[in-house]
Design a protein around this ligand. Structure first.
Ligand code: PGA
Length: 247
């Protein structure tokens, strides 16, 4: 794991955006795995700014998001399709039909998981995957205890995850109880993974990731077995790693 420690969220986002933009403009057809949540918001802004400045198009890129809530359609402001359109896809020159998210409204969610995996396979698999981490170590919506050999699947969200995401909904009751997520094995097949960790709320997760073992009860720990992970962490997340205090 290649680890870069940076000052703050802004610097983490700058480094992530610069790294991704380089991949996105290498000219080759590529498939990118994308994430939602607070962590990558600024990274998306910065890629948009750079692409606008360069008049850059991304017709050679396909994107696959990690996850989507069950039961929310694309017009729901809390759906991840809505988030991605608003924050990224509407502002770059990338055909919408090349942007993929699981369909949380599919009548048969299990079948939708298979369809999503097939679609990803048809594009040749993930070249690069952008990832955040949950405070409980989840990646995508793969909660603690998820098998490392999981493929795209339907999950029951933990209370912890629903509480963490409740800030976006009108009430805790409105937070969906299920979601579709890429599996851990699906994520691990990405050729390269960029993991962003920011803020004090992630300090414990960062510590456990780096100092703990590889354990299904801390899903992100599997990333230590991946040959090409770039971890970018800010000071707030990484200050007290393994009991040591960094300046
Ligand atoms: P966050 O979520 O970026 O909103 O902190 C990350 C995650 O839960 O994977």
């Amino acid at each position: 794991m290649n680890i870069i420690r940076v000052k703050d969220y802004e610097e983490m986002s700058r480094q992530a955006a610069a790294h991704l933009y380089k991949r996105m403009t290498a000219g080759k057809r590529m498939t990118m795995g994308l994430a939602t949540g607070a962590t990558p918001e600024r990274t998306y802004d910065l890629i948009i700014e750079k692409a606008e400045g360069d008049n850059q198009s991304f017709h050679h890129i396909h994107t696959f998001n990690l996850d989507e809530y069950a039961g929310l359609d694309s017009s729901d402001t809390n759906s991840y399709r809505y988030y991605m359109n608003q924050r990224f896809f509407n502002h770059i020159d990338l055909p919408k039909e090349q942007t993929h998210l699981p369909n949380g409204m599919a009548p048969d969610l299990e079948e939708e998981c298979h369809r999503y995996e097939d679609e990803l396979k048809q594009t040749g698999g993930l070249d690069v995957q952008l990832l955040g981490i949950g405070s409980n170590g989840h990646i995508g919506f793969n909660e603690p205890g998820t098998s490392f050999s999981s493929r795209t699947h339907v999950v029951a969200l933990t209370k912890e995850t629903r509480e963490a995401n409740a800030r976006y909904f009108t009430s805790m009751n409105a937070v969906p109880k299920h979601a579709i997520t890429m599996g851990i094995e699906t994520i691990m097949e990405a050729k390269e993974i960029i993991l962003l960790v920011s803020g004090e709320a992630k300090a414990e997760a960062y510590d456990r990731l780096l100092s703990g073992g590889v354990d299904e009860f801390f899903p992100a720990s599997i990333l230590k077995k991946h040959p090409n992970v770039l971890l970018i962490a800010d000071e707030a997340a990484s200050r007290t790693y393994a009991g040591r205090t960094f300046s």
